[in-house]
Design a protein around this ligand. Structure first.
Ligand SMILES: Nc1ncnc2c1ncn2[C@@H]1O[C@H](COP(=O)(O)OP(=O)(O)OP(=O)(O)O)[C@@H](O)[C@H]1O
Ligand SMILES: [Mg+2]
Length: 338
């Protein structure tokens, strides 16, 4: 009875969340590597092991319809997390719910809710033509004819796949292959989409198409998206929320605007004067000066760039003024501790 109630509690907790993760951990036991020939020989016969935590006790939840960037430096644990969320890897400990379903225990049920794309590895069959790969998906997911045609047409309008639909997958360019992978992942209209570096290696046009596709799927179908990426443009264009992971731990989680506010509370203003004597300001610090060009730093909550320009210009004629917006690149660099 107690167990049944506990189960119901968990179901209730996941309502409204497309994804819920609690204390998720993935550990690997690996051979300890030490420098030197003698250690190398010793480890051949008597290997010593150590445990590494690729993902170390992370918890988060994502409401339906949200596009979240899951970012972090190389080796942080992003792909390992995505693989556990999609049921490809079994967690060492912790719990996952995708629309209330546990992907490890109910793999067959969860796949109907999920689309997964790995930028580094295709899910398509190399030996088939792209269209045949889609047909295969249609059978695997038992998609009815009308829905299949409707989805394919809708996605073709955004991604333009008709011109290479009869090309064997192995002959597709990277950009074409990525478009194909996205279509294949969305043919059964999953409500949750995991994208692991979907724009990696793509040119400007390719990135544009993929981003447009993600936006449109989110807008039209309300798809919940987790996106891992090293491309700041992807984040800027698509994501309202950032989860930052480092060494297997979540180090930041929140709306992009809130993180910017907290991590980078200051802004800069560059003022070009007619001479080398800048105006002193009570609430803005001069951080550098090169001839007539003076850089002020001020707290965003204290005053706006426009206010500062007005107050300086009221005291002295200025030639030019530029407000430097905080770049997302800087936010992430500071958060990573780089
Ligand atoms: N099968 C495995 N055996 C041992 N260690 C592993 C295994 N898979 C991943 N790791 C380790 O787990 C850590 C996290 O790897 P993961 O691939 O999740 O990183 P990532 O954040 O996706 O990095 P990247 O940005 O380079 O793709 C790394 O230190 C990696 O070496
Ligand atoms: Mg990765």
């Amino acid at each position: 009875m107690v167990e049944k109630n506990a189960k119901n509690m968990k179901d209730i907790n996941t309502i409204g969340d497309a994804i819920k993760v609690e204390h998720l951990t993935k550990s690997y036991r690996i051979v300890k590597k030490e420098k030197g020939l003698s250690h190398a020989v010793k480890s051949l016969f008597m290997p010593e092991y150590q445990t590494i935590h690729a993902v170390n006790d992370i918890s988060f939840s994502i409401p339906k319809g949200e596009i979240t960037a899951f970012i972090g430096p190389n080796g942080a644990g992003k792909s390992t997390t995505v693989k556990m969320l999609s049921g490809i890897l079994t967690p060492t400990s912790g719990e996952i719910w995708i629309n209330g379903i546990n992907p490890t225990k109910q793999r067959m049920k969860v796949v109907q809710n999920l689309g997964v794309v790995f930028g580094q590895r295709t899910q398509l069959n190399w030996d088939l033509r792209l269209g045949e790969s889609f047909e295969l998906m249609r059978h695997i997911y038992r998609i009815d004819d009308a829905k299949y045609k409707e989805n394919l047409n809708m996605m073709d309008e955004i991604l333009g796949i008709q011109s290479f639909i009869n090309t064997p997958v192995r002959q597709l360019s990277l950009g074409q292959r990525m478009r194909g992978d996205l279509v294949a992942a969305m043919l059964h209209t999953p409500s949750v989409l995991f994208l692991d570096e979907p724009t990696i290696g793509l040119d400007v046009e390719g990135k544009y198409a993929i981003r447009k596709f993600i936006k449109e799927m989110n807008r039209i179908k309300g798809t919940t998206v987790i996106l891992t990426t090293h491309d700041l443009g992807d984040i800027e264009e698509l994501c309202s929320r950032l989860i930052i992971i480092n060494n297997g731990k979540i180090i930041e989680d929140g709306p992009l605007a809130e993180l910017t506010e907290r991590i980078a509370p200051c802004k800069e203003l560059i003022v070009e004067y007619y001479d080398e004597k800048p105006v002193e300001h009570m609430r803005a610090k001069i951080v550098s000066q090169e001839g007539n060009r003076v850089t002020y730093q001020f707290e965003k909550k204290e005053l706006t760039g426009a206010q500062l320009i007005c107050e300086i210009a009221a005291q002295k004629n200025i030639k030019d003024a530029t407000i430097c917006e905080t770049k997302i690149e800087d936010i992430i660099r500071i958060a990573y501790g780089a």
